[in-house]
Design a protein around this ligand. Structure first.
Ligand code: NDP
Length: 329
């Protein structure tokens, strides 16, 4: 009945610490489904929850891990039975609820997604919130008219989790992908995922001050936000869209409304956390069909629970390449 969990705690002086402990099932929150977790992952937000950043975790001790995949062990809900393969992303699990950095998790049935055909627990976590959100962003761009052949599609933060998966899916779908990275050493990796061109981060780091620049991009999946997003908006082609996913480069947006008014540019907000279940099932189905599994495997950096305390600060510094997959067992 006891299991291993990575517990994050906060001391009275505000110091946040992480420790692997063996605890009893009675420590799990109350809910209708208990899952034997096999794999979890590391997203930018996990970096915040591991280190006490961003004010995301309010109650300690806490088990982070915003994503997990595993097998249902017990269920009081007819939607799931023992042995079912499931995954979970979002719903503030790992932030406001104990998450996936443990051998067991107990959650509400409505938060669980059945494992899509074509994926297993390890690959589902290689996708994780980052990859799921990349898919949502691409689907939103498509819904606003993006089609192959319209010009280059920009992916910012390309060597990170969202960026890697977005690059691989867009390339598979026939788009010409331009990947923005601050790490020139990842160029071979990004080309292997399908990026046609690499844009150095410094090229897009600062808005020029001009409200419009030459029309360059047919679409953009933006994991960076801040000044980079402001600059990208000025370079979008007429009538195109940017999917705003992340804030790795800052939450501010020092822009003008001119790209919206004179070029009909759309800024599409992407939230993965509270997405209704129907959207989730549709996006995971697309992931299983549109993300080449060999490329997904090439993004994986395997890790254990014990490595997470070091990996948390690393992802916040933009030092993690691709997708960390945590074998929690
Ligand atoms: P990663 O750290 O894996 O990727 C972020 C990448 O952004 C880095 O790898 C780096 O790429 C680039 N980057 C980092 N710092 C800067 C900077 N100061 N300026 C410019 N580029 C920078 O994180 P994730 O992929 O997990 O998440 C990316 C963002 O998306 C985060 O802000 C996260 O919170 C957000 N997010 C939002 C979701 C939603 O529901 N809206 C869901 C998932 C994530 P490179 O080295 O190639 O330049």
């Amino acid at each position: 009945m006891s299991f291993r969990a990575l517990i994050v705690d906060k001391a009275e002086d505000g110091t946040v610490s992480q420790k692997i402990e063996t605890i009893g099932e009675d420590r799990l929150p109350e809910a209708d489904v208990t899952v034997a977790v096999e794999y979890s992952t590391l997203n930018y937000k996990d970096g915040l929850c591991l280190t006490g950043g961003g004010g995301l975790v309010r109650k300690y001790p806490h088990v982070p891990g915003i994503d997990f995949a595993g097998t249902v062990e017990a269920s009081d809900n007819p939607a799931f039975k023992p042995g079912d393969k499931v995954l979970l992303t979002g719903w503030r699990v790992g932030e406001a609820w104990w998450g996936g950095y443990a051998e067991k998790a107990r959650v509400k049935a409505e938060w669980l997604t059945p494992m899509p055909d074509g994926l297993d627990a390890r690959r589902a976590m290689a996708v994780g919130t980052a990859g799921f959100t990349a898919m949502l962003a691409i689907m939103e761009l498509e819904a606003h008219g993006l089609k192959p052949g319209q010009g280059p599609v920009l992916v910012t933060g390309a060597a990170g989790g969202v960026g890697s998966v977005a690059t691989a899916i867009l390339a598979k779908l026939g788009y010409e992908v331009a990947g923005v990275t601050g790490r020139p050493e990842t160029a071979d990796y990004l080309h292997s995922l399908g990026a046609k061109t690499i844009v150095p981060r410094e090229d897009l780091a600062e808005p020029s001050g001009r409200p419009l620049e030459s029309e360059t991009w047919a679409g953009c999946v933006d994991a960076v936000g801040g000044k980079m997003l402001a600059k990208v908006l000025t370079q979008m082609k007429y009538g195109t869209s940017v999917a705003a996913v992340g804030l790795a480069g800052g939450a501010g947006l020092p822009t003008t409304v001119i790209p919206f008014l004179l070029r009909g540019v759309n800024l599409l907000g992407i939230d993965s956390v509270m997405r209704p279940q129907a959207d989730r099932v549709a996006a995971w189905k697309r992931i299983a069909s549109d993300l080449p599994m060999d490329l997904l495997d090439s993004m994986i950096q395997p890790a254990t629970l014990a490595e997470l305390p070091a990996l948390g600060p690393a992802i916040l510094k933009g030092q993690v390449k691709g997708r960390v997959v945590v074998d929690v067992r």
